[in-house]
Design a protein around this ligand. Sequence first.
Ligand code: NAD
Ligand code: LMR
Length: 329
Amino acid sequence: MTRTPVNVTVTGAAGQIGYALLFRIASGQLLGADVPVKLRLLEITPALKAAEGTAMELDDCAFPLLQGIEITDDPNVAFDGANVALLVGARPRTKGMERGDLLEANGGIFKPQGQAINAHAADDIRVLVVGNPANTNALIAQAAAPDVPAERFTAMTRLDHNRALTQLAKKTGSTVSDIKRLTIWGNHSATQYPDIFHATVAGKNAAEVVNDEKWLAEEFIPTVAKRGAAIIEARGASSAASAANAAIDHVYSWVNGTPEGDWVSMGIPSDGSYGVPEGLISSFPVTVKDGQYEIVQGLEINEFSRTRIDASVKELEEEREAVRSLGLI
Ligand SMILES: NC(=O)c1ccc[n+]([C@@H]2O[C@H](COP(=O)([O-])OP(=O)(O)OC[C@H]3O[C@@H](n4cnc5c(N)ncnc54)[C@H](O)[C@@H]3O)[C@@H](O)[C@H]2O)c1
Ligand SMILES: O=C(O)C[C@H](O)C(=O)O
């Protein structure tokens, strides 16, 4: 193996998502089966010992692609030379909370991490924010990293995308691989809008196959949008393995591209497309080629979709105002 290893930084490495994520990164599922990686694990000081335990287990897997593990509580060390940064470390919500309730608690984590990325990361750094509220935390990190191109800061809505795929497959008696071009718009929150109007099921328009607007409005959308809360209710803890899986999917697509004829959902800085104010980190349908993502253009947005996209974007604007008034951006 002669390739230079890719430096992957994971924050919150000792947490539940971290535990589900690190082994998959080290086995080659994040970047590719032939890409060696070096892991940097960032944790708060009291959790360093637990992170060391995870690192011992990673060693014990003897992953051929894993070329080193460094554990630290210093963001300046963690992001030094980082090519990929997965910002997972943050407090999860518990029963009865909305993700936005975490803004103040978690917002403070992402400003110093953005500053450390700005000062130390590699020129090709790509950042995925998983910690909630993911879109606005990504905005905070991005604002603190003015020397990094803004489009390198993204937020995870791939879990919502995957959730929507399965719900639609169940409803239509198809498999997830039959479904293409599904979109999550807006915020990774209860206002998000999973859109099937441009999706296809085995080549046929999904909305026509479903032909049931009541199901769409009263079952599909709320099930996908409130799935995080349903997992918390059932498991007593927020989603972990499925969140880690979505983080793997997000970065893999970003680095390796999307298949011809399909797209994925990513929370990315808006360029004003589809009436989403420029700069907000909002979920869009994107295709990826040669490591660059592009928003899918020219989709017709009907009234049903417009109202829902606007509601989610309004919430993102309110979150941006809230972090502005907290001095975080
Ligand atoms: N975007 C999504 O789809 C999605 C899905 C699931 C969970 N989440 C979010 O991901 C976050 C992590 O969830 P989890 O279940 O792994 O939580 P967890 O509590 O199990 O782990 C979080 C870890 O982050 C660490 N941490 C806290 N502050 C830190 C800092 N400043 N630097 C580095 N590490 C720090 C903690 O010590 C802990 O080990 C939560 O905010 C959760 O809501 C997002
Ligand atoms: O819902 C949560 O708080 C966790 C996560 O964002 C999820 O969607 O499962």
